[in-house]
Ligand binder design. Structure first.
Ligand SMILES: [Zn+2]
Length: 444
């Protein structure tokens, strides 16, 4: 009698276990199905188990559509497209600030970093002087690593709006103080050594940062907390850059991704091609073209990273257009820069091509023109139906990506495989027990 009860108990336990496995399996399959983009879109609004992990935001300062076209014509010819232009999502972005139709970099960066419009000149602070939380700070709260890369000084408007809260972008001592004391950004790469005092650099060293001052130090480092100050103020223009000394925007992007990708919690990385704007203010088409071309190469690095690493949101945009650039006509040939020519040959080809394109400018200031936006993995946000968004929306996209949970492709696949294996194993045992019992009964 007791043996019979035990057997029944065993049978019941096995059945319950089997049912649990089936439930687990059905959830695994459901999770795996969410891989389809359409289902991800729907599911994003109602959560699951894994948050959007990493974000790369790339800003070409002063890069309008025409700047991009000029760079493209020089580098790959009129008939091809840059890889960013081939990404699935592209929109126009409006850029006005809260007190001016024409924004400056501080207000535009504040809009993208915080989702709020502010006055020109202000950094992550409202017109009423309230500090505004930035996407970089949200990343920290979520336990992620962060990085800031720029070809300008690190204290310049665009990077500063992500790291500091300051009423005036020209208050560089307050900006550097906040970067050193509060920002906790693990990778800081750019220029602006003159804006950091010796005691501030010492303070950073005490916090575990390694100071880098040239390209070879950057290439060889494997420390995870870096402050690269590669120039007294801004990094040199591409045309003046000595590759033995100064890193390019691509060099810095490659290194930052190499380090930040080691954080299992993910990261937020800002990459700014900061000197397209400076070329525009000077109405210098050569610098505009060459700085935009280098930005394109940094973007290529981020695109291949995003394509090979799941769960990375990539946004490429600009803060405003500078100069009111228009291409008038050209006498371009088919001789474009290629990888089988050496750097000097390619440099000369670029210069010749720039000289074969004539342009006009309407101003030495910024304009109110819309700027381009290209995105990879941004489809979930319902951008498909839009052709134009405001720059504040970029913050909303990033915040949504960090706060809304995603189904991770590889994890759900692993879960599915484990589910199938466990279910198969349990079923086999169940069948063996059943057959064994049947055999015993027959014998009996
Ligand atoms: Zn500017």
């Amino acid at each position: 009698m007791e043996i019979h009860t035990n057997n029944k108990l065993k049978q019941n336990l096995i059945s319950i276990f089997f049912i649990l496995i089936l439930i687990h399996l059905s959830f695994s399959i459901k999770g795996y199905n969410f891989k389809s983009q359409e289902l991800i879109t729907k599911d994003l609004k109602c959560s699951s188990s894994i948050r959007g992990k990493s974000i790369i935001l790339m800003i070409g300062d002063g890069m309008g559509f025409e700047q991009l076209k000029l760079a493209r014509w020089v580098e790959i010819g009129k008939d091809d497209r840059f890889s960013m232009e081939k990404l699935p999502f592209h929109l126009n972005v409006t850029t006005n600030s809260s007190d001016n139709l024409i924004t400056d970099s501080a207000a535009a960066a504040t809009a993208m970093a915080t989702g709020n419009k502010t006055n020109n000149g202000m950094l992550a602070i409202s017109p009423l002087l309230e500090p505004l939380e930035t996407i970089l700070e949200i990343a920290h709260q979520l336990g992620k690593s962060t990085g800031i890369i720029t070809t300008t000084a690190l204290t310049h408007a665009t990077p500063a709006a992500f790291m500091t809260h300051v009423k005036s972008r020209y208050n560089t001592s307050e900006i550097s103080r906040q970067i050193v004391e509060n920002s906790n950004v693990s990778i800081l790469l750019g220029g602006g050594k003159d804006y950091f005092s010796a005691s501030q650099l010492l303070q950073l060293e005490m916090k575990g940062y390694h100071l880098l001052e040239n390209r070879s130090q950057l290439i060889s480092t494997n420390y995870s907390n870096l402050i690269g100050l590669f120039a007294p103020t801004h990094l040199p223009y591409e045309i003046e850059r000595n590759p033995e000394i100064s890193p390019s925007l691509s060099d810095m992007t490659i290194k930052a991704l190499e380090i930040l990708s080691q954080d299992p919690e993910g990261f937020f990385l800002l990459v700014e091609g900061g000197r397209i704007d400076h070329g525009g203010h000077k109405n210098n088409k050569t610098n505009v073209a060459l700085e935009t071309i280098e930005f394109h190469y940094a973007v290529n690095t981020a695109i291949s990273y995003s394509k090979t690493n799941g769960n990375v949101l990539l946004l490429i945009t600009s803060d405003h257009e500078t100069g009111g650039l228009t291409i008038l006509n050209d006498t371009l040939t088919n001789n474009i820069p290629t990888s089988n020519k050496n750097a000097e040959e390619n440099r000369l080809i670029r210069i010749e091509r720039i000289n074969n394109i004539s342009v006009s400018w309407t101003t030495t200031c910024h304009t109110n023109q819309d700027v381009p936006f290209f995105g990879y993995r941004t489809d979930f946000y319902g951008l498909n139906n839009l052709s134009i968004i405001d720059n504040t929306e970029l913050f909303n996209i990033m915040k949504a990506y960090f706060s809304i949970t995603l189904v991770n492709d590889s994890n759900s696949l692993i879960e599915l495989i484990i589910g199938v294996v466990i279910a198969g194993f349990t079923t086999t045992i169940f069948v063996i027990i059943y057959l064994w019992k049947k055999k015993k009964k027959l014998r009996g």
